[in-house]
Design a protein around this ligand. Sequence first.
Ligand SMILES: Cc1cc2nc3c(=O)[nH]c(=O)nc-3n(C[C@H](O)[C@H](O)[C@H](O)COP(=O)(O)OP(=O)(O)OC[C@H]3O[C@@H](n4cnc5c(N)ncnc54)[C@H](O)[C@@H]3O)c2cc1C
Length: 431
Amino acid sequence: MLDILGIGFGPSNLALAIQMHELNVFENKKVKFIEKKKSFVWQPGLLLPNTNLQIHFLKDLVTLINPCSKFTFINYLNENGRLLDFINLNISCPSRFEFNDYLTWAANKFSDYVIYNSYIKQINPVVKSGEIQYFNVNYIIDNEEFNVDAKNIILASGRSPKIPEIFSHEYDGVSIIHSDKFTSTDLFEKTKQEKDGICKVAIVGAGQSAAEIFNHLIENMGSNVKLYNFIRGYGYNPSDSSPFRNQVFNPEFVDIFFQLEKNYQKEILNNLSNTNYSVVDSDLIEEIYTKLYHMRHIEKSDKATILSMTEIEKVERTRDNKINLTYKDKLTGNNKIEEVDYIILSTGYDQVFIKNKYFIGFNDLLEQKNNGEIELNRDYSVKFNVPSNSKIFLQGYSESSHGISDSLISVIANRANIIAKSLMLKEVISK
Ligand SMILES: Cc1cc2nc3c(=O)[nH]c(=O)nc-3n(C[C@H](O)[C@H](O)[C@H](O)COP(=O)(O)OP(=O)(O)OC[C@H]3O[C@@H](n4cnc5c(N)ncnc54)[C@H](O)[C@@H]3O)c2cc1C
C-alpha cells in the first residue's frame, strides 16, 4: 500500500514532491507519482521559440515557501553556471524553454519516485463499514493494466482541451487540432514547407495561445500559407498584469477568496477574468501589430489576417477534404464562407472533466455544489459525505473555490506546502 500516490507529474505535483522532500516525507513514507508522458516536459504542445513565462521567476516551484531551498530557479541558474549571465539579461520572465529546462532539472531529482509513460484510468474507493479505507487505482503501462492501493491521492493531471460543440463532429486531431498539441502535429511541419497551391490555416480564439501561434506562423510559415485568426471581439484584449491586479495572485488572497460567499466569489472571478482568460500579453499584441503593418503596407501582402468580430456558425468538410467555415461578420451582419485546409482551436481548457473521468464509480460519495462541481476543503482535499481514513487532494481544479490563481504557477509552492503538511497529519498516513 502506498501512503501517497500523485497522479500526473507536472509543475503542481513536482512542487509537492519538493515540499515533501523538505518536510522529510520521503524518508518514512511510500510515495509514487504516475505520469503519462515518457519524461518530464512542461506544456510541450506550445513550447515555442520566443515565448516567455508569464509570471516572475521568483514565483518558481519553491521560493515563496523557502527562498533558501536548493530547488529555486536561482539555484538552478547557479548550478548550471549562468547566474551572472542571467542577471545581465535584466528580465523577470525567462523564456518558456528555459523555465521548462529548470522544471526538468528539478523533476530529474525525483526520478526514482516517478513512473513515466503510464497513466491512471480510474480511482475506486475501498469502503468498509460505511467508511472509506483507501483507494484502489487502476493504471496502464504499455497497454497492460495494473492496480495499486493508495492511502492518499493527489490529483494534478492538468486541464482538458476544450473543443467547442460546433467543431466536435469534424474534429480529427489532424486537419482540426487543439492548440494544446500544436508542436506535435503534422500541421506544424507542413506549414513550414514550401508547396504548390495555397494552404489556408484558421486559428480560432483570441487568447495568449492563439496570439502566440499566429505570431509564430507569421514568422515561420511557407510562402504558400495564408493565415486567418477568427476573433469574436474587436482585436486582442491586453492582459492586466498591473501591480494591484497582480495582488490577486498572492497566496493570501486564496484565504480571502475561499471564505467569501459563493455569489461574491463568482463576481470576483468575472471581474478578474482579464488577468488570465481571452487576453494577450501587451508586448505580443504590439509585436503582431507591427508585423501585420509591415506585411500589409510594405510587402503589400494579405498572407495573415485578423478577422475581428466574427462568429463561426457552421463547420463542414468538403469533398476534397477541406473545411468550409461559415461565419457571421458582426460588423456588417453578413454571413461569409472561408474554405481552409487546417484549423487550430485555441479555445481554452476545461477543468470540470475530472469528476466524470476519475470519480465515475463513486460520484455518490462526493459532496457536490449545485452545479455539480466537487466541494473541496481549504487544504484542497475532496469533501466526502461518508467518513474517510484517506484523502484525495486536487491541484488545479478549484478556481471556483480557491480563486483565479488556481490553474497558474503563482500559488503552486504554497498550495504544495499546505497539501504536504496536511498529508503529514497522523490520520491520513497509514501506519
Ligand atoms: C502553453 C501554456 C503556457 C502557460 N504558461 C504559464 C505561465 O507562464 N505562468 C503560469 O502561471 N501558468 C502558465 N500556464 C498554466 C499551466 O496550467 C501551468 O503552467 C502548469 O502547467 C500547471 O501545472 P500542473 O502540474 O497542474 O498541470 P500540467 O502542467 O498540465 O501537468 C499535468 C501532468 O499530468 C499528466 N497526466 C494527465 N493525465 C494523466 C493521467 N491520467 N495519468 C497520469 N498522468 C497524467 C500530464 O501528462 C501532465 O504532465 C500555461 C499553460 C499553457 C497551456
